[in-house]
Design a protein around this ligand. Sequence first.
Ligand code: ATP
Length: 290
Amino acid sequence: MEEISVKAYGKVNLCLDVLGVLPNGYHEVSMIMQTVDLYDVVTVKKSAEPGIRVTCDKGDVPEGPENLAYRAADALLWEAGIDPALDIHIQKNIPVAAGMAGGSTDCAAVLDAVNILFDLKRSRKALQRIGVKLGADVPYCLMGGTALSEGIGEILSTLPEPPKCVVVLAKPDLHISTKYVYDHLDLSVVTHPPVKAMLEDLEKGDLTGLCSHMGNVLESVTGPEHPEVGKIEEIMKNEGALQAVMSGSGPTVFGIFEDAGKAEKAKESILASGLSKEVFVSRFTTPERN
Ligand code: ATP
């Protein structure tokens, strides 16, 4: 095999809690992760020319070693003792710097692709051990679906999928640094979302309960600084969303709808408000590799 294309799916956090800061400075998290049906297409191609080259069809994505896709190929081939000679192309559909794990999912896709292309036969666990050094969300992106993520993101448990629903994703035109958000998080004032209650909702298949328990402690930093986040949530709720919250460190807001027509109408209202140009009507999904 000379070339392979892999779908790299984005995620949202149905629940995102931060429990504390570990002695090594990393944050201990408790998050319920969910893959959405919005994906980049990552193509990895063997080349006669030594080195790794990354290209992307979207301008605001780095094309050199700062790209997580580059670092994934470099790390896995180095570990396998193979001199890299690869071209990687990313067709970017997931909003960038959005709280949807766009870089981490491309990183996971390249680990999968290189593993197959070079017939390395690394287990998912082995890829996750390499991936966690590149980004806290990478181990989750290597599995996808619905999962509880604990520790610094490396302790993962598969959960039942939420009941069928429609999801509207809207990324306001803001740049938010994940590091800034974590650095400014004050755990003494946040309301911790009820992760345990959501685990029960998932077991019972209770969408209303799940929506009532959604929450994200990072919104305590991003929300007050960027009123666009709260305004988009309001539009979604006014248009019939059962719930709307921010994903990851933001600024993407996602709303859950039972009715596809209301979801489409919410998308139109958000676009008309001028608060976001990147709005998608999507679904929750579990990628095939599970
Ligand atoms: P997370 O949810 O994991 O915090 P994010 O969705 O907030 O991630 P990304 O889309 O991964 O953010 O982008 C964050 C930064 O990472 C970008 O500003 C970009 O410079 C860099 N980056 C590196 N590799 C990629 C990639 N393959 N795709 C997008 N951004 C990348």
